[in-house]
Design a protein around this ligand. Structure first.
Ligand SMILES: C[S@@+](CC[C@H](N)C(=O)[O-])C[C@H]1O[C@@H](n2cnc3c(N)ncnc32)[C@H](O)[C@@H]1O
Length: 213
């Protein structure tokens, strides 16, 4: 649930939401019950729209979790397009594989188990779209690695840049102070990067969108 937009606006937008199919509902419920962070539904719809518009041939996702966003991306890819997705948690990889199989998308989703900090420097093929959704303290390094792997005119999509609203707030709970500092610092780097044209959008938990110039 977004803490960026006003509650009444979220309620209104939710009233307009077209009900997702049973698998998407099942994954959303699984994530809720098991406290696994996944992309907000509106941010997921926005990401799907980008996939439809841009028709990327190669997509990289950093942070698969249980493959909620992976499945939503892969379903929108063109026939020959593929998604590489990286996840470091063994437990999440096992669940992600089950959901990917249930979705019948094993042929479109290449799930790579491991730490993206180790894997990204070894990748050589470039991507049309990169979705960064890892631990926030890894964002800066993974962002720089991603820029190397992003094609010219390619798009980088980064979640949580408004961080529950805390980045714009004077009152930050102690448990969020460090992560808020990390995201604030990252947002400066992202917004000022000379090889990108960027925007931070108040969708979900704040989406950073950058186009490589
Ligand atoms: C917010 S969740 C991803 C949610 C997913 N993108 C979705 O929307 O359905 C973040 C995931 O990234 C994984 N992760 C965090 N840092 C990572 C890293 N450096 N390399 C690989 N996976 C990472 C975590 O284990 C966690 O499962």
């Amino acid at each position: 649930m977004s803490k960026i937009t006003y509650k009444n606006q979220i309620k209104y937008l939710e009233s307009l939401r077209i009900a997702p199919d049973s698998l998407i509902k099942e994954i959303e419920n699984f994530a809720k019950v098991n406290n696994i962070p996944i992309l907000d539904w509106q941010a997921a719809e926005f990401l799907e729209q980008l996939i439809i518009m841009l028709k990327p041939k190669r997509v990289l996702e950093i942070g698969t979790a249980i493959a909620y966003s992976s499945i939503r991306i892969a379903r929108r890819l063109k026939k020959k397009a593929i998604l590489d997705t990286i996840e470091k948690s063994r437990d999440n990889v096992v669940i992600a594989r089950e959901f990917i199989q249930k979705a019948g998308l094993e042929h479109k989703i290449n799930l790579i188990e491991g730490n993206a900090l180790d894997i990204l420097p070894s990748l050589t093929k470039k991507y049309d779209l990169i979705f960064l959704d890892s631990d926030k303290q890894d964002y800066e390094k993974l962002f720089y690695y991603s820029l190397v792997l992003l094609k010219k005119r390619g798009v980088i999509f980064i979640d949580n840049l408004l961080w529950h609203g805390f980045v714009a707030s004077k009152k930050v709970p102690d448990s969020y102070k460090n992560s808020t500092k990390v995201i604030r610092e990252f947002n400066k780097i992202f917004s000022n990067h000379s090889s990108l044209y960027t925007t931070i959008l108040p969708i979900g938990d704040g989406i950073g969108l950058g186009v490589k110039l």
